[in-house]
Design a protein around this ligand. Sequence first.
Ligand SMILES: Nc1nc2c(c(=O)[nH]1)N[C@H]1C(S)=C(S)[C@@H](COP(=O)(O)O)O[C@H]1N2
Ligand SMILES: [Mo]
Length: 368
Amino acid sequence: MQHQDSRFPPVNEDSPFSPDDRFYAEEIQLAFRNQGMPLEGLRYPITPTRMHYLLIHFDIPHVDVEEWSLEVGGLTSKPLRLTLEEIKRHPAVTIAVTMECSGNGRALQSPRRIGVPWQLEAVGTAEWTGTPLRGLLEEAGLRDDAVEILFTGLDRGVQGDEVQYYQRSLTIDEASGEDVLLAYQMNGEPLSPPHGYPLRLIVPGWYGMTNVKWLDRVEAIGEPFHGYQMDKSYRISQTAGELGEPATLIKVRALMAPPGIPDFLTRARLVEAGPVTLTGKAWAGRSGISGVELSVDDGSTWSEAELGEQVSRYAWTAWSFGWNATPGRYSLCVRATDSEGNVQSADQSWNYAGVAENMVQRVHVLVE
Ligand SMILES: Nc1nc2c(c(=O)[nH]1)N[C@H]1C(S)=C(S)[C@@H](COP(=O)(O)O)O[C@H]1N2
Ligand SMILES: [Mo]
């Protein structure tokens, strides 16, 4: 390949893919539509909105807020229809939440699954402002025969041969959690169209797909919902046919802000010899982080990093590690342990959908 810096391995030689396992044009197009957070974004406690990742299955709906209203109904004694102004008159809370797409890391699994080809950038932390859902459910008066709350977005498309609106459900218990929000602001601004304008669900601790955007309806239903985005997608299984377990709470993960400077094409890192402070963030759904460890020898030996502040109960914790870098090539690894003792593995745990995978990050560095 021309224009390649000779100090770095040729494209793909150092990558988890074999040369004949390149990405398809369809995946690249999905990657353009669904931006990731550049990993240098790990330096911010709150991700600037334009750096937060995006995942949009179908098209971004065009919403005229004068025409828009939210229906809160189904098995309720007093169904509601609320304009955005009416929703904003309800009690408001702001919570910093680390959101991660369940497909984060998908493109690092081998054999890889066709889908949005995330490496590790499908994560971000934002301050979401909205009204607790449970207040509206109380106002609407849930009937005793309701077992789940179904959330329907305005976006429609075809997936797995099914024409569908984007829909996900939660049990009444989950939906009534005090921190489950109907959010209309992200980082102090109205939601942007790609992030769900005018209103979205925020369920702190759960993988991204739970946070239904462009809300149209919130309905109490009498049977568990078995739609495509519940039963056919976001399942941890070894084959297409198998139902498997659903992806739910975000698993423990640590990531490193890339040290030094990048090689343009491969993103391999060039670091100056001497003391280097490696930094990053670690998170785990609804658990705290009890430790972060660093390895500079591709996972053979590990040392404790120093933990910084946790941005909020549902947001990532900062970590840092002092490394005395001497000339050579390194594979830096970082792994976190959550407060329940779950620790990241160096090996992949492959599944068919490429979801809820949290293998340790490896960062290739040349020290000169
Ligand atoms: N209506 C609707 N909601 C949605 C989606 C979608 O395609 N449509 N994508 C989901 C997925 S898979 C993720 S990871 C998050 C991403 O939220 P963000 O784009 O604001 O980061 O939104 C979720 N909510
Ligand atoms: Mo996602």
